[in-house]
Design a binder for this molecule. Structure first.
Ligand code: TIU
Length: 227
């Protein structure tokens, strides 16, 4: 539904209303290190195939978002080549035989500039789409994301990517505290743990939308056609 330039999307806990030109699609960490074997996700002991169902819906939503001429921002989790920004606690956590910065089949794990750190080819950023390199789980901490959103007049975020309860949830919480209204399409986010995915979404939409709204790409994509 479109009224006065606003679009209304069916969502939980209630409908999500936004002005498309003031809304960015924020795609979190769709990197080879999380979605392909041999990367950081697998190093942590996870089955990366759990996340791959998010690729197709993200392709569809990104295509519709680009076709509508709206703003897109991508993030990547990772560290400097010299690892000077890597907290020692993050380096040793998990007691894994290989850790961040070590050589893997896709290059040094979670290091900027390495092929494993880059975004999967299916969702590769285009010119004009900012890429935020973040050292932490939240996309606002230690990055210029908030400044970029402010300069571009963004008030709302549609947040997709991986993983639901880690980087997506952390980013939605950070965004909420900074005054952004966030919508999370459930099919465009994923977790290595189905139960954490489910609860991660419930935590966002509970208590009257304490952190934001949850919907589905099937509700968002048709609405963009009316934009
Ligand atoms: N991007 C992101 O969620 N980083 C993680 O480390 N996620 C895990 O679920 N481990």
């Amino acid at each position: 539904m479109s009224t006065n330039g606003h679009l209304t999307i069916e969502a939980e806990p209630y409908e999500y209303v936004f002005v498309p030109s003031e809304t960015a699609l924020l795609i979190i960490d769709m990197q080879r290190d999380f979605l392909e074997p041999g990367g950081f996700g697998e190093m942590l002991g996870n089955d990366v195939s759990q996340l791959r169902r998010t690729i197709e819906p993200n392709i569809r939503l990104l295509a519709a978002w680009r076709a509508a001429g709206l703003q897109v921002i991508h993030t990547r989790e990772g560290h400097r080549d010299d690892l000077m920004d890597l907290p020692p606690a993050k380096k040793i956590r998990g007691r894994s035989p290989t850790s961040i910065g070590d050589a893997g089949p896709m290059g040094r794990i979670l290091v900027r500039g390495q092929s494993g750190h880059d975004i999967i080819p299916e969702l590769y950023p285009r010119f004009g789409e900012s890429v935020i390199d973040k050292p932490g789980k939240g996309a606002f901490w230690s990055t210029d994301l908030h400044a970029i959103l402010q300069h571009r007049g963004i008030k709302n975020l549609v947040v997709t990517g991986v993983t639901t309860e880690v980087c997506v949830n952390t980013t939605v919480r950070e965004a909420n505290d900074r005054g952004y209204d966030c919508l999370v399409p459930s099919d465009c986010v994923g977790s290595y743990f189905p139960e954490f995915h489910e609860m991660g979404l419930k935590m966002i939409k509970a208590q009257g939308g304490i952190f934001g709204w949850v919907s589905h790409s099937d509700k968002i994509i048709p609405a963009l056609g009316h934009h």
